[in-house]
Design a protein around this ligand. Structure first.
Ligand code: NAI
Ligand code: 13P
Length: 340
């Protein structure tokens, strides 16, 4: 595809850590980017000082990245729209923005979660609310801790879309010297990988907080991969996707890094904090796994898929379950073959 088909003017809706960072990625790839921020003071700071100190302290944002708190102004003449608000608020925000979306442009989803209640993946929510065909939605996933990318550290990602040409157009728009996106047509696998790894990262954080070492974390990562792949294959995902950037890549990054909000949240619980204290320590930043453990558990339950780590995370986060007895329960389950 020629660069002429790749969007030049791009709007990012949501100015948190990843929305702001992805806007920088696009601007560093030569695109003209407008960032919408919920708070006028954040939009003002990005537009005038080229910083977003609430989410990305010490990062200088490029000059071809501007910001506004007015969604209509943000979306005017956009050739692609990036949705960068947390999963559980995506539907209500998109309902407000629907009438402002330019017709036919790619809708790019950054959120990693499964909606409570509907049990839908984010691309399903977007297609439903925007009343567009699913192949207009491009999903971004992979090992993408915002701060490292904002610092220009090398990283890769996956752009998943049923329409390969559309994924290629977005791929061109966000490729730069430090960010290398690959395309994939397995939207289901890429989205489930991104949502499930947040739940597994909670468990790894808990293990670390309880004083356990690398073997425990590696066990949780690997068995977490097994349970997400089980769910994915039941829902028609390509098993190979879980061996890629949106599967093992994102799992390893999120489960190993102190920069992960999900892992940090789990670590606090592992050290004895309550869910409420861990929530307030997150300072308004989203740990998606706390909500998604509930929707993913319900999704898996309805399909008869066994996800013991996800189930344990649900019991810790929503039923006041005791970490040590849940750990013992996980280890004491019926013995089985590795791949059964
Ligand atoms: N931060 C990261 O490293 C990465 C995050 N993601 C995903 O991207 C999505 C967004 O995450 P972040 O930008 O990191 O989150 P964040 O917590 O840093 O910021 C979220 C943004 O959404 C806004 N927001 C929060 N609740 C809202 C609501 N009800 N209505 C409207 N706006 C609201 C906040 O003001 C903020 O601008 C999440 O699904 C996350 O899992 C994906 C890859 C990397
Ligand atoms: O998705 C992420 C890295 O790929 C970010 O993880 P956290 O939301 O746990 O910070």
């Amino acid at each position: 595809m020629s660069d002429a088909r790749s969007p030049q003017r791009i709007t990012v809706l949501g100015a948190g850590s990843w929305g702001t960072t992805f806007a920088k990625v696009l601007a560093d790839a030569g695109r003209d980017v407008t960032l919408w921020a919920r708070r006028a003071e954040v939009a003002g700071e990005v537009a005038s000082a080229h910083t977003n100190s609430a989410y990305l302290p010490d990062i200088r944002l490029p000059d071809n990245l501007t910001a506004t708190a007015d969604p209509a102004a943000a979306l005017e003449e956009a050739q692609a729209v990036v949705l960068a608000v947390p999963s559980q608020s995506l539907r209500s925000n998109l309902e407000r923005w629907r009438a402002l979306l330019p017709p036919g442009v790619p809708l790019v989803s950054l959120a990693k979660g499964v909606e409570l209640g509907s049990l839908k993946r984010m691309s399903e929510v977007i297609a439903e609310v925007a009343e567009c065909p699913p192949d207009r939605v491009v999903v971004v996933s992979g090992p993408n801790l915002a701060k490292e990318i904002a610092l220009g550290q090398p990283s890769a990602a996956v752009l998943a879309c049923a329409d390969h040409e559309r994924a290629v157009a977005v791929q061109q728009a966000c490729s730069n010297s430090y960010f290398r996106p690959y395309t994939n047509t397995d939207v289901v696998g890429c989205e489930l990988g991104g949502a499930c790894k947040n739940v597994i990262a909670l468990s790894c954080g808990m293990a670390v907080g309880m004083g356990f070492g690398t073997n425990t974390v590696a066990t949780l990562i690997t068995r977490g991969l097994a349970e997400m792949a089980r769910l994915g294959s039941k829902l028609g995902a390509d098993p190979l996707t879980f061996a890629g950037l949106a599967g093992v890549g994102d799992l390893v990054a999120t489960c190993s890094s102190p920069l992960s909000r999900n892992r940090t949240f789990g670590e606090r619980l592992g050290r004895g904090d309550t869910v409420e204290r861990a929530q307030s320590a997150a300072g308004g930043q989203v740990a998606e796994g706390v909500m998604s453990c509930s929707s993913i558990r319900e999704l898996a339950g309805g399909l008869g898929v066994d996800m013991p780590i996800t189930d344990a995370m649900y019991r810790v986060c929503h039923e006041g379950g005791d970490l040590r007895s849940l750990g013992a329960e996980l280890l004491g389950r019926e013995r089985k073959h590795e791949w059964s």
